[in-house]
Design a protein around this ligand. Structure first.
Ligand SMILES: C[S@@+](CC[C@H](N)C(=O)[O-])C[C@H]1O[C@@H](n2cnc3c(N)ncnc32)[C@H](O)[C@@H]1O
Length: 257
């Protein structure tokens, strides 16, 4: 398949291996984590999905098993997860409905796929941004992007704004002591967000959910601790770095006021 030599399969991994605190949970293509379940909820019914960085392929397989999507591509850049996704698809008898491709980022998407939704989940926001940016030529502009960054939300939102994507929905959820954000966006022409909106999330700022406020109370404590450490540091911390943290602490304080 796609020029990749088939290798002996390792035994099915019984546990999700590498995403933060999900290690101890028995998750699979039938039982998604709460995080992936929330991502799944934003995939439009009947979508032709590209799940980039699919790892085990649980998300597209779960959606297909439920009859929620029409077709899917599972893209993976690394061999072991690529084989894992192939195995999940095969064991669920979905070879005809889900194509697994070994590819870097959006290179997994081919013009004939007619993709209408793209999920990129469980990676840093900068990585997701770089995947989108280097794969721009593969985007028709008609796809809904459902992104679940682990940190780095600000640069990701910045990329979305600079590329004419309007943020339609934002979710924050806490699972296994980690905060996860989900950002849903579609291309809609020029959009403008303030620096604070890019930092906090424009819709989250408006909604001010309890989870959102608790998250930023926690981050404010961290920023204050960082500033104390800067003040006590033996070597002077560059002023620019200090001012950056001061500005963030001020924004958060104003947000929580
Ligand atoms: C932590 S896993 C997340 C898996 C799944 N998306 C989820 O949210 O549970 C990240 C996966 O993205 C893959 N990945 C990282 N960079 C990638 C890229 N540029 N193109 C395709 N896959 C990538 C990694 O190999 C890894 O399997």
């Amino acid at each position: 398949m796609h020029g990749v030599t088939r290798q002996n399969r390792a035994p099915i991994r019984p546990k999700v291996p590498d995403i933060r605190g999900e290690k101890e949970l028995q998750l699979n293509e039938q039982t998604l984590s709460q995080r992936l379940e929330r991502v799944a909820a934003h995939v439009p019914a009947g979508a032709r999905l590209a799940d980039i960085g699919s790892d085990h392929g649980y998300l597209p397989v779960a959606l297909m098993r439920r009859g929620a999507i029409a077709a899917a591509v599972a893209g993976e850049v690394a061999l072991t997860p690529f084989h894992s996704a192939e195995r999940t698809v095969r064991e669920n008898g979905l070879d005809q409905r889900i194509i697994v491709r070994l590819a870097n980022g959006l290179a997994a998407i081919e013009p004939g796929d007619g993709v209408t939704a793209i999920t990129i989940c469980g990676m840093g926001g900068e990585t997701i941004r770089d995947i989108l940016d280097s794969g721009k030529a593969r985007l028709s502009g008609q796809e809904r992007l459902i992104l679940q960054p682990n940190g780095g939300e600000q640069p990701l939102r910045q990329w979305l704004m600079e590329n004419g994507y309007c943020i339609l929905c934002e979710e924050l959820l806490r699972e296994n002591r980690f905060d996860y954000e989900i950002i849903v966006a579609e291309r809609a022409g020029p959009v403008m967000y303030t620096a604070e909106e890019l930092y906090f999330g424009p819709l989250q700022m408006q909604a001010r959910s309890p989870a959102f406020l608790i998250k930023w109370q926690r981050i404010l404590r961290e920023k204050q601790k960082t500033l104390t450490q800067f003040a006590r540091a033996r070597q002077a911390v560059p002023e620019e770095k200090v001012q950056d943290v001061v500005r963030q602490a001020r924004w958060i304080t104003e947000l929580l006021a």
